[in-house]
Write a protein that binds this ligand. Structure first.
Ligand code: MG
Length: 158
């Protein structure tokens, strides 16, 4: 049996916050505003996994209204979501992601980000891919006001 899942996320980019992507801090003058550490890539992946298994979503499991999740490490949120997914017998075939970000260039960090995500989930680096697109200087992405992410995953079980 196979299941596909989709997750997206959007965060404002503000000064005084770290830019976290896939559990890696990327040097930049702005970072994601958010209740947790704001890792928009891990949030999209978390929602894709939970959605594919039909379990829940990140907002329901880790509500921003709960002080418990303030500045939460998104690596831990993703890992605990995947524990729920695995608990229902699912395992990851692959995950593919898009980051919409004007600056900085993502390519130099891609391999580190893939390795970080693979490590969190206990999968092979070949099972996770991430690419970035700019906003062509248009709209909120193009003026570095926001970052948007998308992730699809394929789960399987016997
Ligand atoms: Mg988020």
């Amino acid at each position: 049996m196979i299941r596909v899942g989709l997750g997206t996320d959007l965060h404002r980019l503000v000064e005084g916050r770290k830019l976290m992507l896939g559990g890696i801090e990327i040097p930049f003058e702005k970072g994601e505003h958010g209740h947790s550490d704001g890792d928009a890539l891990l949030h999209a992946i978390t929602d894709a996994l939970l959605g594919a298994a039909g379990i829940s979503d990140i907002g329901e499991l880790f509500p921003p209204s709960d002080a418990k999740w303030k500045d939460a490490d998104s690596k831990k949120l993703l890992a605990s979501a995947y524990e729920l997914v695995k608990g229902q017998g699912w395992s990851i075939e692959n995950i593919d992601c898009v980051i919409k970000l004007e600056k900085p260039k993502f390519l130099p960090y891609r391999q580190a980000v893939r390795e970080s995500i693979a490590g969190i989930l206990g999968i092979d680096v070949s099972q996770i891919f991430v690419k970035a697109k700019t906003g062509e200087k248009l709209g909120d992405v193009g003026t570095s006001q926001s970052i948007e992410t998308e992730a699809v995953c394929l789960l399987s079980k016997d």
